[in-house]
Design a protein around this ligand. Sequence first.
Ligand code: ZN
Length: 263
Amino acid sequence: MALDRLLKGFADFRLGYYREHLDLFEKLATQGQSPKILIIGCSDARVDPGILTQTRPGDIFTVRNVAAMVPPVQMPPDQAQHGTSAAIEFAVRGLDVEHVVVLGHALCGGIAALVDGASSAYATYDYLATWMAVARTVRDVAVHDLAGRPREEIVRAVEQAAVVNSVANLMTFPWIAERVDAGKLVLHAWWFNLIEGQLYAFNPEAATFDPVTGIEVAPTVRQGTRLSAIKPERLLLALADPTPAFSAGGADHQSRAPSAIRS
Ligand SMILES: [Zn+2]
């Protein structure tokens, strides 16, 4: 039954969209792909980057994995099979994309499993915990800073902080940092709330995720961005204690930082 739906969809695509975009497909087939944007999204079936952004074939290079995460750089030869890092390298070095967007989302099962830890229904899975350890520090800081808050609030904080953490990890790849420094590459931390159909972008000055209301968005990392602005701990501190004026310089962060932070 489920497969019938797919095959019917493909028949519709072939007779409809494909025929209507024959010129585009011919160009893509003969000239190759040249997307300007890499989107790193979650595997979650509800958050397809191409549908959310209404893009056409060839517009975006996409990596999807559990919780839309980027691990920190680990240079070969270490014999590990770095699927996400390989795709990022191809997009950045091979395709020369101009933007990288890390797109997290609400109700992320991977992040919920990370927050729940040993009590998660998925705690015995073979691969999940090791993969989600990419955001383990972020999770630990959130649990510490937001102690006593409802679980849903902590999960949401980790969903957003994990996106910022992944953008920070992008900067550990030397060929990404070089391109950012040269003004050739811009990095974005986005979070999609599928409950309300709203997209949010990380504002590095305020360390908050702000709604995207038009076609302009402040990048998270561009040429000259202070690296201290992309620390996920700043977002968690802002969420934990939103009332005091928050120093963009990070002085408050230093004085109020919990011991769990490893910066
Ligand atoms: Zn997810």
